[in-house]
Design a protein around this ligand. Structure first.
Ligand SMILES: C[S@@+](CC[C@H](N)C(=O)[O-])C[C@H]1O[C@@H](n2cnc3c(N)ncnc32)[C@H](O)[C@@H]1O
Length: 263
């Protein structure tokens, strides 16, 4: 039997390949998407607990139950960035790692027909599923693009608000995600992120396990490192809005806000 490579022996492209394989399964949840030996945190809850979990994260249950199951069944977030974002009619929103689309669809109602929501995701199966979901919901103000958030298929200064839910921990080059985010935001634009971060170093067995990486744990970095990368990309007024303990040892779920200065 082929031995699984340690993360330290993998190239960034190999790591992304494993992330894509894992989220192709999350997009098709009849197959087991959380089969790794490590604890996983963003592989999606069971059917029965899904709406309850979303309500606990602050989503409006009345909105969530109206979404097709094909949206909620592949939800793999760890927070509620739309709740943080104070979205206004007419704004252009970019969702990094948009998955099956739940946050995009909640955001698209808030920005209305005069606004727009763009999702970027690198897993073709997720992009296809989100496009099908947008069609089912008739959301003509939502567009999903296949691409890497380390090299976004998005124009300079074309976005008012960036949201992202449990994704940046999965990017091998987080500095690139933040410099790209800064590039595409208009001056005065804002970034509202929910993500998993570390309060203490992970136990060594998890640090090198790819299943822990695809499960949003082994790629998580300390909160101060996350803030430093944002600051180095040019963001200001960086604020940890909320920090929630998770069952996954040293990992916390964090809501963080940051701004691109006005010119
Ligand atoms: C944990 S899921 C979260 C999905 C969605 N935000 C949600 O809340 O349901 C992570 C998603 O990010 C995508 N992703 C991970 N790394 C990415 C990257 N470098 N570029 C684009 N998408 C990425 C995966 O394909 C997957 O759909």
């Amino acid at each position: 039997m082929a031995e699984t490579k340690k993360i330290s022996e993998m190239t960034p492209d190999e790591i992304k390949g494993e992330v894509k394989k894992a989220y192709a399964q999350v997009a098709q949840p009849t197959q087991s998407s959380c089969s790794g030996s490590a604890e996983s945190s963003c592989c999606g809850p069971s059917e029965s607990s899904r709406v309850a979990l979303l309500e606990k994260l602050g989503y409006d249950g009345k909105v969530v139950v109206q979404l097709p199951e094909s949206v909620t069944e592949s939800y793999a977030g760890c927070g509620n960035p739309v709740a943080l974002a104070s979205l206004q009619e007419g704004e252009v929103v970019l969702d990094l790692g948009s998955g099956a689309g739940l946050d995009m669809f909640v955001a698209s109602e808030k920005v209305g027909q005069s606004g727009r929501v763009i999702g970027v995701d690198m897993t073709p199966e997720m992009v296809e599923k989100a496009r099908e979901n947008a069609a089912k919901l008739g959301r003509t103000n939502v567009e999903i693009r296949l691409g890497d958030i380390e090299d976004m298929p998005v124009d300079d200064e074309s976005v008012d608000v960036i949201i992202s839910n449990c994704v940046i921990n999965l990017a091998p080059n987080k500095a690139k995600v933040f410099t790209e985010s800064f590039r595409v935001l208009r001056p005065g634009g804002r970034m509202m992120i929910s993500d998993l971060m570390l309060e203490e170093p992970l136990p060594e067995d998890l640090q090198n396990e790819i299943a822990a990486y695809t499960g949003c744990i082994a790629g998580a970095v300390p909160i101060d490192e996350y803030e430093r990368l944002m600051r180095e990309a040019g963001f200001t007024s960086i604020e940890v809005v909320e920090k929630v303990i998770t069952p996954y040892r040293s990992v916390v779920s964090v809501n963080i806000a940051a701004f691109k200065p006005s010119k």
